[in-house]
Design a protein. Structure first.
Length: 260
């Protein structure tokens, strides 16, 4: 499997601090071939030290990839994916506990979203807390793989607002969950299978909020991602487009193209 990947993070036009953080890790294993981890965290702008929260979450995920994930590789394959899921749930609780302790000692409250995608061969598991997102992009379309844990998404689910109304809803930035502000956040966890050439992106709401799925497909479908540099250039164009459409938040995307 050939892999091309890049990360782009832009402070945007109005914020003084970039509170987003992103990660891509790729490793070759003897038993399972190539394993990839893609993640984005968006520190909560309405709370203190959002940049600390997002960075802490990403650093913990990075350590998990190098340490605990390696240990799990020795398990029988029939037990492996359940072990991945349980391990990801534990890492969420660990990050949450660390952020709560950090905040308590400094008398502040801090939090972050977290979305992560772990691929092994043609199979994957994803995890999401908050309103950062993971998209699967192919030549013929784009699929949103996560579901926002937000007030606006809850309103959409209940039929209280339409998709068009959601973009301007006064509660569009209000989350139902994030890491760091509650005792035990419950992540959305899903498993799935990749088919054919695919680009996976993890992104903050500053990236996806002003962009349509067709914008993403045109720039980041596998056919457009010939090299790492070209992929980064396409992400830059999408970030610039979001800014042109008056996006005010930090803008971050981590992209990986998996060609079978």
């Amino acid at each position: 499997m050939k892999v091309k990947a890049c990360i782009l993070s832009d402070i945007g036009q109005t914020r003084k601090i970039n509170q987003d953080a992103a990660l891509i890790k790729v490793a070759n294993t003897k038993r399972h071939g190539r394993i990839s981890l893609v993640a984005v965290c968006d520190g909560m702008g309405g709370l203190s030290k959002g940049e600390v929260a997002s960075c802490k979450a990403i650093r913990t995920l990075e350590s998990w990839f190098h340490e605990e994930l390696c240990l799990l590789q020795s398990l029988p394959e029939k037990e492996l994916w359940e072990a991945y899921e349980n391990s990801l749930r534990r890492i969420v609780l660990r990050i949450n506990s660390d952020l709560r302790k950090y905040g308590k000692h400094r008398n502040i409250q801090l939090g972050t979203t977290l979305t992560a995608f772990l691929q092994m061969g043609a199979e994957y598991i994803l995890m999401n807390i908050g309103d950062s997102r993971i998209y699967e992009i192919k030549g013929n379309g784009v699929t949103l793989l996560t579901k926002d844990q937000s007030v606006v998404q809850d309103k959409l689910d209940k039929g209280m607002i339409t998709e068009n109304e959601a973009a301007s809803d006064e509660e569009k930035s209000v989350l139902l969950q994030c890491i760091g502000t509650s005792r035990a956040p419950i992540p959305e966890i899903r498993r799935g299978r990749l088919e054919g050439n695919t680009t996976i992106i993890a992104c903050s709401d500053g990236f996806w909020r002003k962009l349509g799925t067709e914008d993403m497909r045109k720039k980041l479908c596998p056919q457009m991602c010939v090299t790492d540099e070209e992929m980064l250039n396409q992400c830059r164009k999408l970030a610039d487009l979001a800014i042109e459409r008056n996006e005010e938040d930090n803008i971050s995307v981590a992209a990986i193209s998996l060609a079978y």
